[in-house]
Design a protein around this ligand. Structure first.
Ligand SMILES: Cc1ncc(COP(=O)(O)O)c(C=O)c1O
Length: 385
């Protein structure tokens, strides 16, 4: 993570930009791979969290598979060197061309989220003369106790097939000749900090696996998704997420008869290694006395605060003032929701100061847009300073 000592060396780069701490990324990957190995868990990296080519190539070095959410993400993973045999492809809507591409590449599995999708995969695979392995993404109806904008596992969510619908159509699915049910898949949400939620997930998975077995469905892998949260409040206290805790919960509670267990983590792998560095453009005070700091980044570089009300810790890394003030940090986009945070206490903050918006390595750059024709932010890596 960035320290005040590093700040002067950042002055030569044009803001706003993403700064990536490569050592921290490697430490995180060492931690996740060593603990996963203990239990024989298979880890896929959720490419949607950050598809920066340098980040992807480092993640690939550690032997992770990839979890993709579009045909272009599958292509991006393959171009970054991920072996197709370790690529999952999930997503509530997949276009025919995307499915065809994924099937042609021979990826590990397409995680299907509706009966119709399974039938379309069957027909495209048939036309290509192939049999495609699929995972059945079941909606488990679990409250992941997270921000409702990133909750994907409750009954009314658009994600996954309801278990009732799956069971009602099991014979149809089993009768298809060009798909093979290779596994089941669940992903209940993101930024999960209450780890006991993973115990509920295991209980649900156990009963699904047992029941599907009784119904005569023979399948291999169990993919329990991603979702492990990180410490946005004080990132320095937890630069590497607690993979040991979540894996030990899954190991103790999941009873899936020796089937391979897969995970798809995004945020937990890349969030803490990335920070958005931005310069202060202007200060002004509103009629009601709100002290605004207008920075040169905006929701076009980091949309999470505007989109979900997500919190990111912000620090002024260049001010040496002893004076402290409360500020509202806003971006340059023509949207009133383009606010990074309200009521942040910072040292006296003035034009030209550099601020870091921390824990921005996941769903930061990958969600950047060119709204207002802003340029996309560049990346600076710690080992290139
Ligand atoms: C199907 C699926 N798997 C994995 C992930 C990664 O989640 P996270 O970044 O919380 O680990 C997501 C994120 O939305 C997802 O939709």
């Amino acid at each position: 993570m960035l320290s005040r000592q590093t700040a002067p060396s950042l002055r030569k780069f044009e803001t706003p930009f993403y700064f990536y701490d490569i050592n921290l990324l490697r430490q995180t990957l060492e931690s996740i791979t060593s603990v996963a190995k203990r239990y024989g868990f298979v880890i896929h990296y959720a490419v949607k969290a950050n598809f920066d080519p340098r980040i992807l190539s480092i993640i690939r070095e550690y032997g992770l598979g990839a979890d993709c959410a579009s045909g272009n993400e599958v292509r991006c993973a393959i171009e970054a060197g991920f072996d197709p045999s370790g690529i999952m492809y999930a997503g509530v809507g997949k276009r025919d061309a995307e499915l065809r591409y994924a099937i042609e590449q021979g990826i590990f599995a397409i995680n299907c989220e509706s009966l119709q999708e399974i039938q379309v995969v069957d027909s495209i695979a048939g036309a290509l003369g192939k049999v495609q392995d699929i995972g059945l993404r079941v909606n488990p109806d679990i409250d992941p106790k997270t921000n409702k904008c990133i909750d994907t596992g409750q009954a009314d969510s658009k994600f996954g097939i309801s278990y009732e619908e799956l069971v009602a159509n099991l014979d149809v699915i089993k009768s298809l000749k060009n798909v093979r049910v290779a596994g089941i898949h669940l992903h209940i949400g993101s930024q999960i900090r209450e780890l006991h939620v993973f115990e509920y997930l295991c209980v649900k998975v156990n009963s699904i696996v047992e029941h599907l077995g009784k119904l005569g469905l023979d399948f291999g892998f169990v993919d329990v998704g991603g979702g492990l949260g990180i410490n946005y409040d004080v990132p320095e206290n937890e630069p590497v997420p607690n993979f040991a805790s979540v894996f030990s919960i899954i190991q103790s509670h999941l009873k899936v008869g020796g089937r391979p267990v897969h995970f798809e983590f995004g945020r937990a792998i890349v969030a803490q290694c990335g920070e958005l560095i931005t310069s202060v453009l202007f200060n002004k005070t509103t009629a009601s006395g709100r002290r605004l700091v207008i920075v040169d980044a905006s929701m076009t570089e980091l949309i999470r605060p505007a989109l979900y009300g997500a919190y990111h810790n912000i620090e002024n890394i260049t001010s040496t003032s002893e004076e402290r003030k409360r500020y509202t940090i806003v971006g340059t986009a023509c949207e009133s929701t383009d606010v990074f945070d309200e009521g942040v206490t910072l040292p006296l903050t003035q034009r030209g100061d550099l601020l870091t918006i921390k824990s921005a390595g996941a769903y930061g750059m990958s969600m950047a847009s060119r709204y207002n024709l802003h340029d996309l932010p560049s990346a600076v890596y710690s080992d290139e300073l």
